[in-house]
Design a protein around this ligand. Structure first.
Ligand code: PRP
Ligand code: URA
Length: 207
């Protein structure tokens, strides 16, 4: 699996804000906005383009447009905090939604929403979820997409842990990973350490 870590100093500075337990919900969402912009920028590096004929005020010019913009799929709740910024970067993208809540006792994904196009066979997909811990939620999402024919999937995450990365690697699914950093480990409750806590709660409050 191709893994791109986005370790630009600005990305690491925003991540530090997100990790800091003194950061309030609004500042956490702001840092996630900024970081999402950087992750999407890197995820689209080298993306195929089509020629696009325009006229500048001075001359005819052939520029480019994105070839086949990715479908953006935030994984609720925490991925919701990435979708507005990703959509601002790729305004022509369509958006699907997946809702999954991890069972706190077992860490198993409990799905509650899938709103996706039926046929993804010719459609690149960006899955947006800040956290990749055990990988259960991401794997569930990848399988939903693969069942609809997706063959070109990018997981766009903020923080991962080795078991989540290994789960994607071993899945055999057509996915690459764009992520700020892969942390040390999971704790006994399957939280990422050092991590940033519960990314859904830190944006929207406890559920
Ligand atoms: C978080 C996170 C991922 C999942 C990662 O969501 O946003 O979806 O946990 O953990 P995993 O890799 O072990 O599956 P959570 O279930 O806490 O729901 P929330 O976003 O609604 O808070
Ligand atoms: N989900 C989170 O929001 N944080 C973690 O550390 C693990 C799963």
């Amino acid at each position: 699996m191709q893994i791109t870590t986005v370790d630009h100093p600005l990305a690491l500075a925003r991540l530090t804000t997100m990790r800091d337990k003194r950061t309030d919900n609004a500042a956490f969402r702001g840092a996630l906005d900024d970081l999402t912009q950087m992750l999407i920028y890197e995820a689209l590096r080298g993306w195929p383009t089509d020629d696009h004929a325009i006229e500048t005020p001075l001359a005819a010019h052939t520029g480019v447009r994105l070839h086949r913009p990715p479908l953006l799929v935030p994984v609720l709740r925490a991925g919701l905090g990435m979708v507005d910024q990703a959509h601002a970067m790729v305004p022509e993208a369509q958006v699907g939604f997946v809702g999954i809540a991890r069972d706190e006792a077992t860490a198993q994904p409990v799905p509650y929403l899938a709103s996706l196009p039926a046929d993804l066979s010719d459609q690149p997909v960006f899955v947006l979820d800040p956290m990749l811990a055990t990988g259960g939620s991401m794997l569930y999402t990848l399988n939903l997409l693969a069942d609809r024919g997706a063959t070109d999937i990018t997981a766009v995450c903020v923080v991962g842990a080795p078991p989540g990365v290994a789960a994607l690697e071993n899945s055999g699914l057509p996915v690459r990973l764009v992520i700020t950093t892969i942390d040390e480990r999971l704790d006994d409750a399957n939280y990422i350490v050092p991590g940033l806590g519960d990314a859904g709660d830190r944006q929207f409050g406890p559920r």
